[in-house]
Ligand binder design. Structure first.
Ligand code: ADP
Length: 655
């Protein structure tokens, strides 16, 4: 009788407790061992250390429902009794006691620290047996068994085939692992691309509405997946086929791929695919899969690769990624960090090259990949530095420019009196139509910024470059957005009181809407601008939009939308209204009243009175005020429902 070299009371409860949540990985561990043993045998055969034909080297997974056992069988190098003692009895938990005591409360550290490997079988089995025959000449077969305590039994046995059978007597609680469907599911998850054929049961076929078993074995895996081949040996078609092999449920074709192949300073192969990213929603359904020597490790790659890379699809395979992963362990792993920054560089280089070699093609793909690139630029400084040279802006004519080229294009015409380069954009060209037309009349160019991350991109660009401003075309009258002279709009001939009266009169007809706030003010804009129009402060609006994506900014998100209602005192219609209220009779009356008082306090009284008079005079113009206001709302796409119906009816009656 031998004893496992663990002096702690009992290691098995620890395994069961700590690994409980992830117990299915036992199958991956056992099959990995079987594949390793087979690969070692192949290596020995190639070097001539093992003579003759290797025969059948498939790994098989067998279920015996009656005996309630699950067996992983290989025909690899096998183990002698001495090796079982050395590798299974002693090595497995050398130093385990000390380690377990130290990290009692940190399950993840335990999983991450040492390959529980073979012993993970005890997560689901009451008793585990090993039957093994070494490839070495004159070996005796060995039988090992252990019932989940520190005592093991070892004896000679009879086994004719080279290799190892690991037999698990499945615990009552885990009888799902005796179900074909469960095991097949796990094999598909962990073993799909293992380098040695894994057989599970027989192939099945539908015949006359019945499923019949064929003679042929059911092979789970593709032993030579695309990423293990040389890029030169693969055609475009092969990459696409592999994409669908990886994601059987995905119908879309990927846009393009990057084949990763590094052997220094670490080993890494893989293929990354750029999918069409339609919205934030369908991003996380199909993820990048992480492999270690073709063994599936995880598809939870968040925190392992930069977040924006999780938008990509594909596989990454590196023997330098620890197989027994816990996420927190991986993050702190130095190899993982290096791998992550290497991938960032590769991806950026590939995109830069694509842009350089075929701009037209890159532009065609831009709308589909822009979210990925913007996300990368916003979250990864290194990526930003490279991407700023191929990240594109699209204008209303459907032309694409890099930021640098675009600034070159507009600089001459769209620089204001303070030297700010003003980039105009719209988020809705139909809603902003009137504003866009006026900007175009001035020869200005307008960008279309409809992407989910566009506002963030603008803010980032502004931070990076002084004197660069992005302004939505409807945020003010165009003359104010790009101010060319100091006193452009200064001259109207109305007094503060007159304007105040006009302001109040319009306030009186404003719609009641708790979500919207309107600030009314008078401004001599331009004769050809609308008589009354809405503008929206760029900063406030953008903060509100950005808060939708960012934590800690809900303060902005909760604020009501704010608009400026500008009464254009340069417009003939407004002038006419002004003239009406400042008509002789009104003015005279005001003057008469005013002449009675001469001191300062009374002058204030006069002003107040004049404002009231004005409002009062405009009362009989109510219908016209409403009509003007509605036109302003209509021009900004804000006139809806009942208000719109009222406008239509009023318009008819005015005709
Ligand atoms: P690891 O695989 O991480 O080394 P394990 O506990 O899974 O840890 O296995 C310990 C050792 O036992 C292996 O390194 C290997 O030498 C031996 N071993 C396990 N399974 C097999 C097998 N099926 N065939 C041959 N040797 C095996």
């Amino acid at each position: 009788m031998a004893t496992i070299k663990v002096t702690s009371e009992n290691i098995f409860p620890v395994i069961k407790k700590f690994l409980y949540s992830d117990h299915e990985i036992f199958l991956r561990e056992l099959i990995s061992n079987a594949v390793d043993a087979t690969q070692k045998l192949k290596t020995l055969s190639r070097s001539g250390d093992v003579k003759g034909d290797l025969g059948d080297v498939r790994v098989r997974v067998l279920i015996d429902k009656k005996k309630k056992t699950l067996t992983v069988q290989d025909h690899g190098i096998g183990m002698t009794a001495e090796e079982v003692d050395k590798y299974i009895n002693q090595i497995a938990f050398s130093g385990a006691e000390e380690f377990v005591n130290k990290y009692k409360d940190q399950a993840e550290a335990i999983i991450g620290h040492f390959g529980l490997g073979f012993y993970s079988a005890f997560m689901v089995a009451d008793k585990v047996e090993i039957f093994s025959l070494s490839y070495k000449d004159d070996s005796k077969a060995v039988h090992w068994s252990c019932s989940g305590d520190t005592e093991v039994e070892m004896e000679d046995t009879i086994k004719s085939e080279r290799g190892t059978d690991i037999v698990l007597h499945i615990n009552k609680e885990f009888e799902q692992y005796l179900e074909d469907a469960t095991i097949e599911g796990l094999l598909k998850k962990y073993c799909k691309f293992l380098p040695v054929e894994i057989a599970f049961g027989k192939k099945k076929e539908w015949k006359d509405g019945k499923e019949v078993e064929l003679d042929e074995e059911n092979i789970i895996n593709n032993v030579a997946p695309a990423w293990t081949k040389k890029p030169a040996d693969l055609k475009e078609e092969d990459y696409k086929t592999f994409y669908h092999e990886l994601y059987p449920t995905l119908m879309d074709e990927p846009l393009f791929h990057i084949h990763l192949n590094v052997d220094y300073p670490f080993n890494l192969t893989g293929i990354l695919y750029f999918p069409k990213i339609k919205s934030n929603l369908d991003v996380h359904r199909n993820k990048i899969q992480l492999y270690c020597n073709q063994v599936f490790v995880t598809d939870e790659v968040e925190n392992i690769v930069p977040e924006y890379l999780t938008l990509l699809h594909g596989v990454i395979d590196s023997p330098d990624i620890p197989l027994n992963v816990s996420r927190s362990y991986l993050q702190s792993d130095n190899n993982v960090k290096k791998i992550s920054s290497h991938i960032t560089k590769k991806v950026a280089d590939k995109l830069a090259e694509m842009y350089k070699t075929d701009k037209a093609d890159f532009e065609k793909k831009w709308d589909d990949i822009k979210m990925f690139i913007q996300f990368g630029m916003l979250t990864d400084e290194k990526f930003y530095e490279k991407a700023v040279d191929f990240a594109l802006l699209k204008n209303l004519d459907g032309e694409y420019y890099t930021q640098k080229d675009y600034i070159e294009k507009i600089k001459a015409n769209q620089t204001d009196k303070d030297g700010n380069i003003v980039v105009l954009y719209t988020q809705d060209k139909d809603q902003n139509y009137t504003y866009i037309e006026r900007a175009k009349q001035k020869g200005y160019d307008i960008l279309e910024m409809t992407g989910e991350l566009d506002v963030h991109q603008m803010s980032q660009a502004e931070q990076k470059q002084e004197k660069l401003r992005f302004v939505r075309v409807d945020s003010d009258v165009i003359e104010n957005i790009i101010k060319k002279n100091d006193n452009d709009n200064a001259n109207d001939n109305y007094t503060t009181e007159q304007k105040e009266g006009m302001r109040k009169a319009f306030e009186g007809v404003l719609p009641e809407n708790s979500k919207l706030n309107y600030f009314v003010n008078c401004e001599a804009t331009a004769e050809d601008a609308l008589p009354v129009f809405l503008t929206q402060n760029e900063f406030m609006r953008r903060m509100k939009e950005m808060s939708a994506h960012q934590q800690g900014m809900s303060f902005y998100g909760q604020m009501p939308d704010q608009y400026n209602l500008v009464i254009n005192t340069a417009h003939p219609l407004i002038k006419e209204l002004m003239d009406k209220m400042t008509s002789e009779t009104v003015m005279e009356e005001v003057k008469k009243n005013a002449s009675g008082h001469s001191d300062k306090e009374n002058a204030n009284e006069d002003a107040k009175e004049m404002v009231e008079k004005t409002v009062w005079t405009l009362k009989d113009q109510d219908e016209r005020l409403k009509q003007l206001l509605d036109i302003a709302l209509l021009a900004s796409g804000q006139l809806k429902g009942e208000a719109l119906a009222n406008f239509v009816n009023r318009s008819v009656s005015l005709l």
